[in-house]
Design a protein around this ligand. Structure first.
Ligand SMILES: NC(=O)C1=CN([C@@H]2O[C@H](COP(=O)(O)OP(=O)(O)OC[C@H]3O[C@@H](n4cnc5c(N)ncnc54)[C@H](OP(=O)(O)O)[C@@H]3O)[C@@H](O)[C@H]2O)C=CC1
Ligand SMILES: O=C(O)C1=N[C@H](C(=O)O)C[C@H](O)C1
Length: 232
């Protein structure tokens, strides 16, 4: 496949290497200095850019009739706008807050645990995420996806970064060099239950994004990693 990379930072560079290893070619490496996104004969676009640039990038790919997968986080207030745009242009789009196979399995474990714990009022759920200090958004997109599943299965209606709020608390820690660690904790007076996913590097995110790009390149519609991985 010919792949257009929208964002050529930490993730874009690893995606390039793994994509070349899988026999793909890279036709565009767009960064902040790129003035015009020329998609040429790209089969698919992969967007790992910045919260404030993702919407424009995704729309440009859809307008150029290029299927696009996006892993950029921090722009989801505009998600429905992108879905409408994709549908009206008969395009193809897939967003995942986390592309790694391990986290997508972890999402399912979180959902089952949330269903079991939903009516256990003695236990207080909370989420902790740890990322590198260059990360622009907080909480992480992955933590938001985890929180949404807990909210769906409990009396909570919102998540919060404020430890003093009554909403579902997400603690976002920033530590140099951490690729991404997420924990769900249910705490009671007598014990606690904790599940945790630790990314050792960024390769799992990059591989998942390429697998998603390979999957979507001949499709039309709006998809998620559940469609790609056939889990859940
Ligand atoms: N869903 C997932 O599995 C994962 C998601 N992420 C998310 O992906 C995003 C990128 O992460 P990461 O690679 O670490 O970030 P980086 O900051 O390393 O890279 C961002 C890239 O976007 C480029 N960029 C800036 N403006 C534009 C623009 N207008 N068009 C195209 N590219 C642009 C930057 O260019 P320049 O260098 O010139 O500034 C840079 O190359 C983040 O939102 C992060 O949260 C990260 C890992 C996994
Ligand atoms: O910015 C990152 O690095 C990551 N971002 C994603 C998120 O916000 O959840 C995925 C992963 O945790 C790494």
């Amino acid at each position: 496949m010919k792949i257009a990379l929208l964002g050529y930072g930490r993730m874009g560079k690893i995606i390039e290497q793994l994509a070349l290893d899988r026999g793909h070619t890279i036709t565009l490496k767009a960064d902040s200095k790129t003035e015009h996104l020329g998609f040429g004969d790209a089969d698919v676009a992969i967007d790992f850019s910045l919260p404030h640039t993702a919407v424009k990038n995704i729309k440009s790919a859809i307008d150029a009739n290029v299927p696009v997968v996006s892993g950029t986080t921090g722009w989801l207030d505009n998600y429905n706008d992108i879905v409408d745009h994709c549908t009206s242009k008969n395009g193809a789009f897939l967003y995942a807050s986390n592309f790694s196979l391990g986290v997508n399995i972890f999402f399912e474990v979180n959902r089952v645990l949330a269903q079991l714990m939903g009516k256990q009022n003695d236990y207080q759920p909370s989420i902790e995420e740890i990322h590198h200090t260059q990360k622009l958004d907080a909480p992480s997109g992955t933590a938001i996806t985890l929180a949404e599943a807990i909210i769906e299965n409990s009396d909570y209606s919102n998540w919060t970064l404020d430890p003093n709020s009554k909403d579902l608390h997400i603690e976002a820690k920033r530590i140099e060099g951490v690729p991404g660690t997420h924990s769900i904790i249910y705490d009671s007076e007598v014990d606690s239950i904790e599940i945790k996913h630790t990314a050792h590097n960024r390769n799992g995110f990059a591989l998942g994004a390429i697998v998603a790009a390979e999957w979507i390149h001949d499709k039309k519609g709006v998809f998620s990693m559940k469609d790609v991985l056939n889990i859940g």
